[in-house]
Design a protein around this ligand. Structure first.
Ligand SMILES: Cc1cc2nc3c(=O)[nH]c(=O)nc-3n(C[C@H](O)[C@H](O)[C@H](O)COP(=O)(O)OP(=O)(O)OC[C@H]3O[C@@H](n4cnc5c(N)ncnc54)[C@H](O)[C@@H]3O)c2cc1C
Length: 426
């Protein structure tokens, strides 16, 4: 029997578990190679905790080559310079090429800080999108605590990941209260969302009511429909827009610590490849996670193209979260198995969202099935248990990555941790 050469590009949340699950599904019928940028996996959902000093970056790191080797998966950490779909090759940074029969793209987002003047960790704001950014944000947070000034937190226009923005705002509030300096640090939340709790999903259950109420209780002011025009040292320049996108008001917001989730785009190794990606560089996939122009290419996670839920005055992207990423992984592993048995792929991802938004002392959980409304299940809830569930999520997910386990995790979280057995996720 000849082995198929399967290359997984990117070893973040999606790519890592894709490699494990494909190995499990295909056994020795596949020669699997993972190509990523760097040799470590970082548990990105804990980054807000790193930013306030509740976690050391090191504690959420998994060094991947030994785990991959245990599962007979080759690993290269230098990163891809370009994908060449016509040649079925990935060009690496050192100029060498890796051939594939099947390519699974899981390269996550490129962080488009450069689209707004003065924005991003290289300029005037901090970031929590990468763990190394979150560690730098923590150093800046300690400076702020020594010299209290206002905080501005939230998301920029075009962002497609809102949960961490809310988590960061509430976690900062919790930590500042612990340090007894919250009274010296006004917090303002700014977002392109048309309302608080929209989350790129047009809300889930009563996320509008729950999150607005939480912000009121914590004295966090907010500006929705907010477009960031530019950032300079210690100052955001914002335009608040009307429903038709016209200017409603201008705001200049001073800050001592500023973090907004940036717009995402596809990574450079993919951008501009006709038929593979859309104009933002996100990979086009069909219902089987397969690219229509290059059927030997599959993609999953933040790097795939998804249409927004509906028109909003400012661009608000749809989030791609762990549960749906894991279901994309399973669909791809099972589809590859079918293809190798000479069949057509039939498996589809479930496209549900289950999220835990932790506030450090409580939190909000929601389940959206399907992710895009109208939905069959539209559920949200709050309480201290969400914070505890998030700690469990970190512990168990890191264990899965460290051991190279292929069993889906989120389904268990949905069914057992949340105690909502009555909900069925087919
Ligand atoms: C701060 C934050 C908190 C989040 N919290 C949650 C949460 O609590 N729950 C939840 O469900 N979701 C959460 N998400 C959303 C989502 O689950 C994560 O963003 C998740 O990490 C996305 O997985 P991914 O595999 O698509 O991309 P990533 O995890 O970003 O992985 C992409 C990988 O591709 C690699 N790569 C990039 N370019 C190249 C290249 N040219 N060559 C090779 N490799 C490359 C990167 O190095 C990285 O390893 C959060 C997101 C952020 C930013």
């Amino acid at each position: 029997m000849t082995e198929s050469r399967i290359v997984v590009l990117g070893a973040g949340l999606g790519g890592t578990i894709a490699a494990y699950e494909i190995r499990q599904a295909l056994g020795n019928r596949a020669r699997i190679t993972v190509i990523s940028k760097g040799e470590d996996y970082w548990f990105v959902p804990s980054n807000p905790w790193v930013a306030v000093g509740w976690r050391e970056a090191e504690s959420i790191r998994v060094h991947l080559p030994p785990v991959m080797a245990r599962h007979d998966i080759a690993f290269d950490g230098q990163g891809a310079r370009k994908v060449h779909p016509e040649q079925k090759q990935v060009e690496l940074i050192d100029g060498s090429f890796v051939d594939y029969d099947y390519l699974v793209i899981a390269t996550g987002p490129d962080l488009a800080f450069d689209e707004i003047e003065g924005f991003g960790p290289e300029r005037h704001t901090v970031s929590i999108c990468e763990t190394r950014h979150a560690a730098e944000a923590h150093a800046k947070f300690e400076e702020l605590c020594a010299n209290p000034r206002p905080i501005v937190v939230g998301a920029a226009q075009g962002a497609s990941c809102y949960g961490p923005a809310y988590e960061m705002a509430m976690t900062l509030d919790t930590e500042l209260k612990k340090r007894k300096i919250r009274d010296k640090v006004p917090i303002t939340f700014i977002t392109p969302e048309p309302y608080i709790g929209h989350l790129g999903l047009d809300g889930v259950g009563d996320t509008k009511g729950l999150l607005e109420s939480e912000m009121r209780n914590r004295h966090i002011k907010w500006i929705t429909n907010a477009r960031v025009d530019s950032v300079e040292a210690g100052m955001f320049h914002i335009t608040e827009v009307n429903r038709d996108g016209s200017e409603k008001a201008k705001h200049d917001l001073e800050f001592g610590w500023g973090m907004l989730m940036p717009p995402f785009r596809g990574v450079e190794a993919l951008r501009g490849i006709e038929g593979l990606v859309n104009p933002r560089g996100f990979v086009l996939v069909d219902e089987h996670q397969r690219n229509p122009a290059y059927p030997e290419i599959f993609a999953l996670g933040v790097c795939i193209a998804i249409a927004p839920t509906g028109p909003t005055p400012l661009p608000v992207g749809v989030p791609k979260t762990g549960f749906m990423i894991e279901s994309m992984v399973t669909a791809i592993a099972q589809n590859l198995k079918e293809i190798m048995a000479g069949k057509e792929p039939t498996h589809e991802a479930t496209w549900n969202a289950i999220c835990l938004a932790d506030f450090g002392d409580g939190g909000v959980a929601f389940v959206a099935k399907p992710q895009i409304p109208p939905r069959n299940t539209n559920w949200s809830s709050e309480g201290k248990w969400v914070h505890l569930a998030k700690i469990g999520f970190e512990k168990y997910f890191l264990r899965k990555i460290r051991r190279g386990e292929s069993e889906p995790f989120y389904e268990k979280l949905a069914l057992h941790v949340l105690g909502i057995e009555k909900l069925r996720f087919e």
